[in-house]
Design a protein. Structure first.
Length: 560
């Protein structure tokens, strides 16, 4: 095995030396370039993917983080363009937790722990007030940075200037600068929450004197004016309408999903609301309901006739009675019946009255328009196949009744309701399932497999052909017909082998064939002749004595 390998190597070297210099340089360049390219591809494929450890970090904090990474034996590199610290992507979450346990990176905001530091005896009241204000600003910045879209925040508070004159007092104000995360934005509700958080934390600070600005310099708090107030009111109305419609949609979907199944019902609600402010006073009377408020009654009765009253009106009639007739008149008066009787009653009645002051709150529902689409049902036919069939009218009517109760359908109000069935298109992927090709492990696998395949292609298409040029495959030897030797030649070879050392059967056969038929070294291919010469040289190197004996035998035969 070693001898054949050495022979092949020597043959390859001889063939390589026989090539032109330009071809030799080209082959060496192809082999070296292919190996370097394959090594570079494998290094890229097997090298881990690096990603930024922190998006934004100060230089002082970055140096401490790098020291901690070196102590934890975590490989890292610094991006020459952005200056970010990058580590292998699969170690980011674990490394962040370990660094957080060490308090890295340290936050730039200083809170009330600033008040715990020793100040000495030379601190004035002004310095103490400034330290308290700085601590308060740091705590507020931490609270604002706790929001999901906010990465960093800074708060500046301008305290009120004290003055003995009320007119010259300046109310406090505050400014907030927020650094938002990538592709993030603050909603109006979140901006309002930040404004109210700052105003509620500083005494005498009103929300109107709080300003919020993002990292691009865009003002997030609106500048309230007459036109902007109306625009803000319109936007608030649209937002309220959207929330009302979303509430009805969620109510109907939560009611129908257990019946139809998930993702098999679609609901849309259009609400027409009344945002007009109405104040009115009503006064109504009920004539059927009365009550006695006051009652006054008087009664008068006269008994007998008045003697002074009667006769013909005039002066002669109105004369005093004559003497001696008074007693008789009294007796007659006692025997007479009452001459007159009167009774008078006055009653005051109060009619029922209702007075109401009504103030209607804006946002009342004028009309609702609701559309519900339900997916077809899945049924199994006689052949065992699953088919989609439309829902029956009775089931649609049942769904229609449920929707009426869910949205508070009012026909007098002019509400509209439409319920129909349709075949939905099947969804390829659920909304909550992440495709596997977007996972990190899949991307790493594709990178490694692609690198290996590319390196293999380079080796097979560049390096292998060049090696075949340098180390050609030896051709298979042609079969040589066996030659019969004469009796004398066999006897001579036998005597020689007995006189000397033990003969080599392969060498004797080769010498016998060469002496018996000298034409074997004649018309052969160049490659075959070269192989024969190499084989003879190998035999000479291994056993020169035996070759000498063969040569003597050949010379003896030529002499005879």
């Amino acid at each position: 095995m070693a001898s054949s390998l050495a022979a092949a190597l020597s043959t390859s070297l001889e063939s390589f030396n026989g090539m032109p210099v330009g071809r030799q340089v080209a082959l060496i360049g192809m082999i070296a370039g292919g190996l370097v390219a394959a090594a570079a591809i494998l290094f890229w494929a097997l090298r881990p993917t690096y990603a930024p450890l922190f998006a934004q970090i100060d230089s002082a904090q970055a140096s401490e983080v790098m020291k901690a990474l070196t102590a934890m034996s975590v490989p890292y590199k610094v991006d020459t363009v952005s200056g970010q610290i990058e580590i292998p992507q699969q170690k980011i979450a674990e490394t962040r937790l370990l660094l957080a346990g060490q308090g890295l990176p340290k936050t730039a905001d200083i809170g009330f722990e600033l008040l715990q530091q020793e100040t000495g005896f030379g601190s004035s009241r002004l310095i103490e007030g400034a330290r308290f204000q700085r601590a308060l600003e740091g705590e507020l910045a931490r609270s604002v940075a706790a929001l999901q879209p906010v990465e960093q925040a800074r708060v500046h508070i301008a305290q009120a200037e004290r003055s003995v004159f009320v007119r010259e007092r300046t109310p406090p104000s505050a400014s907030v600068v927020v650094h938002l995360r990538n592709n993030s934005a603050l909603t109006e509700a979140q901006v309002g929450a930040i404004v109210h958080l700052i105003s509620a934390s500083v005494p005498d600070l009103t929300p109107e004197r709080v300003t919020v600005v993002d990292q691009t310099g865009r003002l997030l708090t609106p500048d309230i004016s007459a036109d902007q107030k109306s625009m803000t009111a319109s936007l608030d109305h649209l937002d309220y309408i959207r929330r009302v419609e979303s509430g009805f949609v969620e109510r109907v979907q939560s009611l129908l999903t257990p019946i139809t199944g998930p993702n098999r019902v679609r609901v849309q609600v259009s609400a027409e609301l009344d945002f007009s402010r109405v104040e009115r006073t009503e006064e109504s009377f009920d004539p059927d309901r009365t009550a006695v408020r006051s009652e006054q009654s008087s009664e008068e009765e006269k008994v007998g006739a008045d003697p002074a009253i009667g006769g013909i009106p005039g002066a002669l009639t109105n004369q005093p009675p004559a003497g001696g007739t008074v007693g008789n008149q009294t007796a007659n008066a006692n025997t007479q019946m009452p001459s007159s009787r009167s009774q008078q009653t006055t009653r005051n009645y109060e009619v029922d009255r209702t007075t109401a002051h009504i103030q209607e709150t804006p946002g009342g529902i004028r009309r609702l328009s609701t559309a519900v689409v339900v997916d077809y049902q899945d049924q199994t036919n006689d052949k065992g196949e699953v088919v989609r069939v439309p829902r029956s009218d009775a089931e649609l009517e049942n769904i229609r009744a449920l929707v009426r109760g869910a949205i508070g359908f009012n026909e007098k109000r002019g509400d509209l309701l439409s319920v129909s069935a349709a075949s939905f298109m099947p969804e390829t992927l659920p909304e909550d399932v992440v495709p596997f090709w977007s996972e990190i492990w899949f991307l790493e696998l594709v990178k490694v497999v692609g690198g290996l395949l590319l390196a293999l292609i380079v080796l097979l298409t560049v390096v292998r052909p060049a090696l075949q040029q340098i180390f050609p495959k030896p051709p298979e030897p042609e079969p040589v017909p066996a030659l019969e030797a004469s009796e004398e030649e066999r006897r001579a070879l036998t005597d020689e082998s007995q006189a000397g050392e033990e003969g080599d059967e392969e060498l004797v056969s080769l010498s016998h064939q060469a002496s018996a038929n000298p034409a074997l070294m004649g018309p052969k291919g160049l490659d075959q002749q070269q192989l024969d010469l190499e084989a003879i040289r190998e035999i000479v190197r291994e056993d020169p004595k035996r070759v000498a004996q063969v040569m003597k035998a050949w010379l003896a035969e030529d002499g005879n």
